[in-house]
Design a protein around this ligand. Structure first.
Ligand SMILES: Nc1ncnc2c1ncn2[C@@H]1O[C@H](COP(=O)(O)OP(=O)(O)OP(=O)(O)O)[C@@H](O)[C@H]1O
Ligand SMILES: Nc1ccn([C@@H]2O[C@H](COP(=O)(O)O)[C@@H](O)[C@H]2O)c(=O)n1
Length: 208
């Protein structure tokens, strides 16, 4: 069984995808980490993530980079959204994601184009969303744990910029697949969002 989970930044798609993977006993891939690894590699090499040739040269990043905590930063998310707009970068990362999706037994993947491009025949597709304000507030609370300087207005502006770049790019933009179930987490606790996600997948697949 393949479960595709897509949605904008900080919508809770990773939280939902991880919980679905645990519930259904499937492996999980956070595909955003791949783009974050490319973005960070470009910047660490003093290159420009907006330039396709610089971004493409960073697609062969070392596996260990995926465990680097810096990948979780807002800056890494921004660099990822620059490199992800280059068709050659998406092409370089597509096989790895499809192989993961099509492994025996299935998998859960979360990202922006899982239900539309990576696994269009997925057994269940969720489009997880939340208002930009709720998403900014979640990130703000995350940042406050490590820094007293967290700035809610700046985080909201970053999220809106990233939404725009991800939705407006020509290649594999962020969008809900026609056959994806919508899960708006704006007013849901994590636990309620996870329960709803499990119920939606059960309804689509008949699996428990
Ligand atoms: N329903 C919810 N209510 C409140 N907080 C939530 C909810 N879902 C997720 N969160 C929190 O919001 C933050 C972002 O969640 P998560 O990492 O799952 O989002 P994401 O969409 O995967 O983000 P990214 O764009 O970085 O991949 C985390 O701190 C998470 O615990
Ligand atoms: N399937 C995907 C996944 C991610 N991206 C790009 O990476 C950025 C970071 O993703 P997070 O999920 O970790 O926030 C995101 O803003 C996208 O630009 C993508 O294009 N496709």
């Amino acid at each position: 069984m393949i479960i595709a989970v897509d949605g904008p930044a900080a919508s809770g798609k990773g939280t939902v995808a991880r919980a679905l993977a645990e519930h259904f006993g499937l492996p999980w891939l956070d595909t955003g980490l791949l783009y974050r690894a490319v973005g960070i590699s470009v910047v660490r090499a003093d290159r420009d993530p907006r330039k396709p040739e610089d971004a493409l040269a960073a697609c062969d990043f070392p596996e260990a980079l995926l465990d680097d905590p810096e990948l979780r930063s807002e800056a890494a998310g921004k660099y990822a959204s620059f490199v992800s707009a280059h068709p050659a970068v998406r092409e370089a990362l597509v096989d790895r994601q499809r192989v993961f999706a099509n492994q025996p037994g299935g998998a859960v993947l979360d990202g922006r184009d899982i239900g539309t491009v990576i696994a269009p025949d997925a057994d269940a597709k969720l489009f997880v969303t939340a208002s930009a304000e709720a998403r900014a507030d979640r990130r703000y609370k995350d940042e406050l744990r490590s820094s007293a300087d967290a700035d809610l207005a700046a985080i909201l502006a970053d999220i809106e910029d990233r939404d725009r770049r991800d939705s407006e790019r020509a290649n594999a933009p962020l969008k809900r697949a026609d056959d994806a179930d919508l899960l708006d987490t704006t007013n849901l606790t994590i636990s309620a969002a996870v329960q709803r996600a499990i119920a939606l997948v059960e309804a689509r697949t008949g699996k428990r």
